[in-house]
Ligand binder design. Structure first.
Ligand SMILES: Nc1ncnc2c1ncn2[C@@H]1O[C@H](COP(=O)(O)OP(=O)(O)OP(=O)(O)O)[C@@H](O)[C@H]1O
Length: 234
């Protein structure tokens, strides 16, 4: 089976500093792939390269049958790439409904609606549609950020540290939501995380990064191996 998303030997520089060195990641269709690593190893840079926010200096990113080259973020979204950034980036002065409607931009008029299953996944959002994004808790904002990405009808959903700074009960809800998207909607999911137990529970495949490189890849059960965990210790 071909990959839903393949990152092939990408390098990324910030000025003279090289943040990514030959990163390759294969996301199997309908599976959850997790990229783990300590602070500053290049996880967010990898996702920003996939989303088209940062440009790679070599290598390529293949989405379905499209090689993304320098396609702008909105074009990638139209192709079916949903991106949930680190820190959520909710519009604080817009209501929950308006935040969700920002996902309509790339959709044909007939699809400009909020699919019901999103409110089944995150019922709290339905009860808060008229509230401002900035009034939501961190966990509710994370749910809103995921819901906003789902409004764009992604084939592949990419999330940057969805558990960061969030209380355990909402982490469980988010984990259940991602498993539902994989199991019931066949979505391909790529996330970066520092929370090992979360990845052990929901991921199928893992990649471990250290200083801009992939140092391990394998099934999620590899997270039980001491030599893999060693890469993740502070
Ligand atoms: N805009 C930028 N300009 C210059 N250097 C950057 C920029 N963004 C990130 N870096 C550097 O690139 C390296 C990788 O950062 P990145 O944010 O991708 O790591 P990360 O693994 O996502 O870390 P964290 O878990 O803290 O988000 C770090 O050394 C960081 O300081």
């Amino acid at each position: 089976m071909s990959a839903a998303l393949a990152i092939n030997a990408i390098d990324l520089h910030y000025g003279a500093a090289q943040a990514l060195k030959g990163i390759s990641i294969t996301c199997r269709p309908g599976r959850i792939t997790a990229v783990l690593g300590r602070n500053g190893v290049g996880k967010s840079s990898t996702l920003r390269a996939i989303a088209g926010i940062n440009h790679v200096s070599s290598g390529d990113i293949v989405f379905g049958s499209a090689v993304l080259k320098k396609a702008a973020p909105y074009k990638r979204a139209r192709l079916g790439l949903g991106y949930v950034p680190q820190g959520r980036e909710i519009f604080p002065l817009l209501t929950v409904r308006e935040n969700l409607e920002t996902g309509y931009a790339g959709l044909p008029r007939s699809e400009r609606n909020i699919p019901d299953y999103i409110f089944e996944l995150f019922p709290v959002l339905k009860s808060m549609l008229g509230r401002r994004g900035g009034d939501l808790s961190g966990g509710q904002q994370q749910q809103l950020a995921i819901a906003r990405a789902l409004v764009t009808r992604p084939k592949v959903l990419v999330l940057d540290e969805p558990t960061e700074g969030i209380q355990p009960s909402i982490i469980k809800d988010i984990g259940r939501a991602l498993q539902f998207l994989r199991d019931e909607r066949g979505m391909t999911i790529l996330l970066v995380e520092q929370f090992l137990d979360f990845c052990r529970e929901i991921a199928d495949d893992i990649y471990v990064m250290d200083r801009g490189e992939i140092v391990h890849s394998g099934p999620a059960a590899d997270l039980d191996r001491p030599e893999v965990r060693r890469h993740l210790m502070i």
